[in-house]
Design a protein around this ligand. Structure first.
Ligand code: DX5
Ligand code: ZN
Length: 212
């Protein structure tokens, strides 16, 4: 069974508490929290203050996806805010191993992400330092974009590099139409924003993605 991590970028920001409650009660395995700085990606979202507030009301595993330049500067802030896993982009820092080691030193799980244009080999040397690899299936920055099918072979390439126990997450445009294909390629954690939060029945949408 896949794990599903609903992305709150697609939630109603004016009612985050209830939106999260809905997916927590609806069987989500994690909560995907997208942090954007307007530099690494052409959009901004929220910072550690909001994450800390959300932590007060939720017991979900917080899967924090940093789409920010120089993520090493903000690990302390997101660790203190209650992240369980912090994923940084391999493209966003000159010292990605140092950054991953620092995340682990805080007692958190560490993830590394690659954009659609970044080759799988970028992950190779990082495998001993990670708990999760995240392959972007859209160009990061916005919710409700179209899945890029050309990324599928790369998911399988990354899967082949990972030992048992290291999670393989995909993020961007994941829905009931492509969930089986990404799962077949090796993904076992599916991020879903629009497919869950825009659904009439988010719990059913989560269940459906878990069972692909
Ligand atoms: C995109 C973000 C995603 C996004 C996913 O840059 O990293 O997590 O919110 O949303 P959907 O599933 O709607 O593409
Ligand atoms: Zn994300």
């Amino acid at each position: 069974m896949n794990k599903v991590s609903p992305s709150i970028l697609a939630a109603d920001f004016g009612d985050l508490r209830n939106e999260i409650k809905k997916v927590e009660e609806g069987g989500a395995d994690m909560l995907h929290i997208d942090i954007m700085d307007g530099h690494f990606v052409p959009n901004m979202s929220f910072g550690p203050g909001i994450v800390k507030k959300l932590r007060e009301d939720s017991k979900l595993f917080f899967d924090v996806h940093l789409m920010i330049e120089n993520p090493e500067k903000y690990i302390d802030a997101f660790a203190d805010a209650g992240a369980d896993l912090i994923t940084v982009h391999a493209e966003a820092t000159k010292h990605v191993v140092r950054c991953l080691q620092y995340i682990k030193s805080k007692g958190l799980k560490a993830g590394v992400s690659i954009n659609p244009g970044t080759p799988a080999v970028m992950i190779k040397e990082l495998v001993p330092f990670i708990d999760l690899a995240l392959v972007m299936t859209v160009n990061p920055g916005f919710t409700a974009q179209k899945f890029i099918p050309e990324v599928l072979p790369k998911i399988a390439e990354v899967k082949a590099m990972l030992p048992e126990g290291v999670m393989l997450e995909v993020d961007g445009g994941i829905n009931a139409d492509n969930a089986a294909a990404v799962t077949k390629a090796g993904a076992n954690v599916l991020v879903a924003g629009a497919a869950v939060f825009y659904a009439d029945d988010p719990a059913a949408a989560i269940k459906n993605l878990q069972n692909q």
